[in-house]
Write a protein that binds this ligand. Structure first.
Ligand SMILES: [Fe+2]
Length: 52
């Protein structure tokens, strides 16, 4: 699955790791993230991410 990078801070969302601290299971694709999910580092919305 494709990784996505936050264009504001450089954080990379890796589906192989998920975001367990926010309840996102390992294996969750970026497209499957809930709309309320935000960058764990700088708190921007999904729209500020681009394929890595
Ligand atoms: Fe960010």
């Amino acid at each position: 699955m494709t990784k996505y990078v936050c264009i504001d801070c450089g954080y990379i969302y890796d589906p192989a790791k998920g975001d367990e601290r926010r309840g996102i299971a390992v294996g969750t694709s970026f497209a499957s993230l809930p709309d309320f999910w935000r960058c764990p580092v700088c708190d921007v919305a999904k729209s500020d991410f681009a394929p890595w």
